[in-house]
Design a protein around this ligand. Structure first.
Ligand code: NBX
Length: 836
């Protein structure tokens, strides 16, 4: 095999663990050295955190030859690389994942024993999780990076190294309290700062026109402000392959420590002002996962990381003396929602203003390189920038966007003569109210493909969100149903199930989830079903312990664990679930317990700090929990838990421990969902609406293994068009009336009838998410759940079939689809020489 001319300090030949330094002795020696030289500690006085750091450094060392060889292979072979642009990468804890993908978990455990640590978990507990994302979108980016590396596809994830990620959530008196996430305190061992590859980014100022040497009219941008982007690289290792891709996160630094002019005139504070302003750029992640607040600093963040990333890509061509015209053959740029959509204008600017290309060539390059993934249909979540704000911050980009729009609308005019309405609908500039830039339009016009994230969602993009665009360019629109990585979400999160799967079907399911279909053969094998159920029980025991430690609530691991974990949102309808809990509570109070299955209803998720209703929903759930858990009548029948600070790490505990997955959004509102997939893989049954990827999950696992309820998307539309009135549904349901009544009298708020009034008002007012319309059917489906739970063998069979048929939802499948139909990239296997 061809080997690259690299001087590798530790040849990382996977086939030869001793030479590669992968055995327990080597890991132990590595830890000892890092304790001494890197951390300045003696093994005798090392804390758990010291040991975590030492092991992480030792593991990082063992990634390095793969990482460097991969980067060198990508550099040396002229093949297309994926650039995944995302304002968020919710990567989760790194140590365990790297141990798994390297294949040295046992060796690490052995090494730890020599330091007196009996369980790897003790060390994993210490790891801070980088919360560099809000929820599904950020986590998807992380799953995709892991699959790209595992599939040996050359890729770079480009994003922002926020100093403070998503806030930590505390619950005080039932309310959410936000606490700053200081994930970098104490140092984070997985990043490699690369100050030599810093990039300069401009903001503000103005443009001026001039005539170039060839007599052409040109525009140039004179920014009033600059920031420096310093890349911080995180290796992303594939599963048991040599490929190790890179996550390149940009930190904003000030251009100068001092503005020397200001310094000279004695304005010391003025001089440091610019430094402070630009350093604030990558300070904090915006914690809104829905509504976009149109904040100036957020647009600055977006332009900052996009500009750095595109400059980095162009520079990689220059370094290899590849002509800039070749850009689309070397980079395929994926926009994770519109957050990086400024890339369309910024790439044009770099090509025209800096690389001197003419418009047509620049546009061809841009359009051939860029593709856009949409993640939401909610109008309030669609990014729009106020024109004056945009002009003030990015005047040159505005000129370019005007020109993109002008040329585009000219095309539209020719196609639809005299149709002003369609021009207004398609324009990048929204003329209603104050003028604004519609980023989804910019992305759609600039991209060669636009995709949704589940079949229904992609269909709705064409029918509802961008119908005029879909009519204009039908071939541009496509679907790639989301997926999640089975490495983190099964192999690592659910060791008991993994062991069982390894034993039954061999270990290859981890990279080929279709092999899980072999489990179908076991659906009537009582022995196997028992083993499957006991893996689940073991997950539930662990979670029960965690719940007790965190909340003080004792839950019974043999009860049905009924779980809803996701961001708190009205469209996700945690309040529908909460109402159902109250209805069950009332039944128990009224002695109607015959059909009740003992349940532990678990909620988890963060609310955006400015989202009043979401925060009230948390308070509401905690109010219900307080009443239910304190009532002896509920003993053995019902428990309610709100798990604080839901994040990736906690998710890893929750998915394996869940029997029932709550996916109850208003049909047409949840683009895909990805938690739904993690639950199904881990053998939870879903209760859900026909929304997002639920539709495909049900198709795959079988309608008989899924608890369906609720109005369909078209029924919801119909209801709305007819003038929906929640009260007509309330009038027909006694249980719903009684449930609402109990809230109104303050039963869950210590007699305070005002506290939850806003929830009642919204539900009985216009009920924008059709909670009342779906309540009765939801309760019916929950009764089906209870009935099924009581036939445990049947339940276990249904659960097994969920796992068996969930292979489609591996992110490996999603990434293969992106590679084939959108990116046109192929794997590039990485060879590491093992000279004797
Ligand atoms: O993206 C989510 C969707 O709601 C899910 O249905 C979908 O499964 C997931 C992955 O495709 N969207 C999401 O998580 N959005 C955000 O987190 C977000 C963050 C910042 C922002 C707007 C939305 N300004």
């Amino acid at each position: 095999s061809q080997s690259l001319d690299l001087r590798l300090p530790t040849p990382g030949c996977y086939a030869d663990p001793v030479r590669a330094g992968m055995d327990a002795d080597a890991v132990f020696d590595g830890m000892t050295e890092h304790l001494f030289f890197t951390l300045g500690k003696l093994a005798t006085s090392a804390s758990l955190r010291d040991l975590y750091m030492a092991l992480s450094f030792a593991v990082r060392d063992r990634l390095m030859s793969r990482y460097l060889t991969s980067q060198e292979t990508i550099r040396a072979r002229p093949q297309k690389t994926v650039a995944y642009l995302s304002a968020e990468f919710l990567i989760g804890p790194q140590l365990n994942n790297n141990l798994l993908n390297l294949g040295i978990k046992k060796e690490a455990e052995e090494a730890l024993k020599r330091f007196g640590i009996e369980s790897l978990n003790e060390i994993l507990e210490v790891e801070e999780e980088p919360g560099l994302g809000n929820g599904g979108l950020g986590r998807l980016a992380a799953c995709y990076m892991e699959s790209l590396a595992s599939l040996q596809v050359p890729a770079v994830g480009y994003g922002i190294r926020y100093e403070f990620g998503i806030f930590n959530q505390l619950i005080r008196d039932g309310w959410q309290v936000e606490v700053t996430d200081k994930w970098l305190k104490g140092g984070w061992p997985w990043e490699l700062p690369q100050p030599d590859e810093a990039c300069l980014v401009g903001f503000g100022g103005q443009t001026e026109s001039y005539t170039d040497d060839n007599g052409n009219y040109r525009s140039r941008w004179i920014p009033s402000e600059h920031a420096i982007g310093v890349p911080h690289d995180v290796p992303v290792l594939g599963y048991r392959v040599n490929s190790c891709d890179r996550l390149r996160l940009w930190r904003a630094d000030a251009t100068e420590s001092f503005d020397f002019y200001a310094f000279n005139i004695g304005d010391y504070y003025g001089a440091v002002e610019e430094k402070v302003a630009s350093e604030t750029l990558s300070k904090v992640l915006y914690p809104n996962d829905g509504t976009d607040e149109g904040r100036r600093l957020r647009l600055k963040q977006q332009h900052f990381f996009v500009s750095c990333s595109l400059q980095d890509m162009l520079r990689s061509l220059e370094k290899r003396s590849i002509a800039v015209e070749e850009f689309p053959n070397h980079w395929t740029v994926q926009l994770n929602d519109t957050h990086p959509a400024i890339a369309v204008a910024e790439l044009m600017r770099l090509l025209i203003d800096q690389h001197r290309l003419d418009w047509d060539k620049a546009w061809e390059i841009t359009n051939r390189s860029v593709a856009y993934t949409n993640h939401t249909l909610l109008p309030e979540a669609l990014e729009k920038w106020d024109l004056s704000l945009f002009k003030n911050l990015l005047p040159r980009h505005l000129e370019l966007i005007y020109e993109i729009n002008r040329r585009f609308l000219q095309q539209v005019r020719l196609k639809y003569p005299g149709n002003d309405l369609i021009l207004r609908k398609l324009s990048i500039i929204d003329e209603e109210g104050g003028k604004a830039i519609r980023m989804a339009h910019l992305a759609t016009i600039g991209a060669h493909h636009v995709n949704g994230v589940a079949a229904l969602h992609s269909d709705l993009i064409k029918r509802q969100l961008l119908p005029e665009f879909a009519q204009l360019w039908p071939e541009k629109f496509t679907n790639v149903t989301n997926g999640v990585t089975p490495r983190r979400w099964v192999a690592l999160a659910n060791p008991e199930l993994s062991k069982l799967l390894d034993k039954e079907i061999g270990p290859n399911w981890i990279t080929n989830m279709d092999l899980l279909l072999e489990l179908e053969k076991k659906e009537n094998d009582s022995n196997f079903l028992d083993l499957f159920a006991s893996a689940k029980l073991s997950g539930k025991r662990k979670l029960a312990g965690y719940i007790h430690r965190q909340t003080g609530v004792l839950v019974d691991p043999s009860s049905l664990f009924d779980v809803q974990v996701k961001r708190i949102h009205q469209y996700k309808r945690q309040h529908l679930n909460a109402l159902q809990v109250i209805a069950q509570y009332l039944r128990i109070k009224n002695g109607i317990t015959k059909n009740i299955a003992p349940r532990t209803v678990i909620f988890g998720g963060k609310a955006a700090p400015g989202y009043f209703m979401a925060k009230l929903m948390i308070r509401f759930i905690n109010g219900i929990a307080d009443v239910v858990n304190a009532d002896p009548d509920m003993d053995g029948l019902l428990r309610v838990v709100f798990l604080p600070d839901y994040n990736v790490k906690l998710g890893e505990q929750v998915y394996p421990a869940t029997d029932l997955s709550e996916q109850i959004s208003t049909a047409g509102k949840e683009a895909s969902g990805t938690g739904n997939m993690k639950f199904a893989m881990n053998g939870a049954l879903t209760i859900g609406t026909l929304d997002g990827a639920n539709v495909e999950i049900r198709d795959r696992v079988g309608a008989e293994n899924f608890f369906l309820f609720g109005k369909t998307e078209s029924e919801i539309m119909e209801l709305r068009d007819q003038g929906y009135s929640p009260n007509s549904f309330i009038a027909e349901s006694n249980e719903l009336q009684e449930t609402l009544k109990l809230i109104e009298v303050g039963h869950f708020s210590n007699g305070d009838s005002e506290l939850f009034r806003p929830i009642i008002n919204i539900l009985t007012g216009n009920d924008p998410f059709f909670v009342m319309a779906d309540f009765d059917d939801y309760l019916r489906a929950q009764d089906e759940v209870s009935k099924a739970w009581k036939k445990s063998k049947k339940w276990n069979r249904m659960a097994l079939l969920n796992t068996a048929r969930s292979g489609f939802f591996s992110s490996d499948r999603s990434i293969r689809e992106y590679c084939q139909s959108i990116w046109k990239v192929k794997p590039l296997p990485v060879e590491i020489s093992c000279e004797k």
